[in-house]
Design a protein around this ligand. Sequence first.
Ligand SMILES: *Cc1c(COP(=O)(O)O)cnc(C)c1O
Length: 404
Amino acid sequence: MPDPLAYLGEQLQAWREEGAYQRLRELQSACEPVCRFDGREVINLASNNYLGLANHPKLVEAALDATRKFGVGSGAVRTISGTMTLHLELERRIAAFKRVEAAVVFQSGFTANAGTVAAILGKEDHIVSDELNHASIIDGARLSRASIHVFPHRDAAAAERILAGLNSQPGRKLLITDGVFSMDGDIGPLPELAAAAGRHGAIMMVDDAHASGVLGRNGRGTVDHFDLHGRVDVQVGTLSKAVGVLGGYVCGSRNLIEYLYHRGRPFLFSTSHPPAVAAACLAAFDILEGEPERIANLWSNTRYFKERLSALGFDTGASETPITPVMVGEAKTAHEFSRQLFEEGLLATGIGFPTVPRGKARIRTIVTATHTRAQLDRALEILERVGRRMGLIAGPGGLCYPER
Ligand SMILES: *Cc1c(COP(=O)(O)O)cnc(C)c1O
């Protein structure tokens, strides 16, 4: 019998030949500034564990405590019988932290975005979306069956022209942007977008996955960073990155949240988090509010690392946040760069098409609050050595321009 899935193997082989095949690296220790991957100790510049909370003793303790008291599973979806006290406590905590009426937690940031966009819009409606918005927004937009209008990256004037063109059309409009863009590390022009949404009666939504715990007071996100409280209708955040655990949340008005209880499909049809997850997230919010020096460290490490990368002659693109790409051009070069860095003791992911446009391949680095200066210096040494060997930066004494 011929294998009806043979075409998958053929596609995989084609990806191998064009250098686009991805093998999963195996993490054999906890997520820390230095980890063991595939049997090798490396400095980890590839995690979203911005504040070092993924293996923080207080979060671990909270998870263990909750597990002993309440078990490992919630037993059901939220709307049947899977809403535990810890889930509600976490949602109240998030709403207070974000200074909004209410919040609801989903299983992930992905389901929070996709579930919300698909729930609040229908096929007569319009979604105006930045071209670099996250895949979960794109999927949610498709699931909603609304018309999708893409505007050039960070171009608020173009977004407003699209909104103006839709003024005569029936249907609701949603203007949506990432707060921090995950591959470039630049920040969405939220003040301009919120103003445009306001002028045209559009719903304003921001996906703050990479801003949660990173930007704004105590990591409250881009709305707080730009002081736009009350001007953004729907804020999505993640509990999987700086918060260190797993999950996503949506916050805004009480009506928005109660509507999602009724129509957010991942909320209705997929089981809620284990109690350990909610308890660990609650402990993370204690740390966000009680230890602001972690965020200060994250930013001082970020500045240090970026300055030195530029001084070495690397092109770090348009980044304004701890996400720092090192641009190399071709996907093959990015993967080879990443591979050689790993051999020398540094993990930084190579990223090429289709995650980023062709010709804009890069390695992506993310420093965390818990990397020491010695670890960052060691990482920079490795980047310099491999960068020179590959001709990505000029040799010693030469002009520091990237050679392509
Ligand atoms: C990571 C990410 C998500 C998804 O968050 P998870 O909690 O990991 O599912 C959503 N949006 C953006 C912009 C992201 O970077």
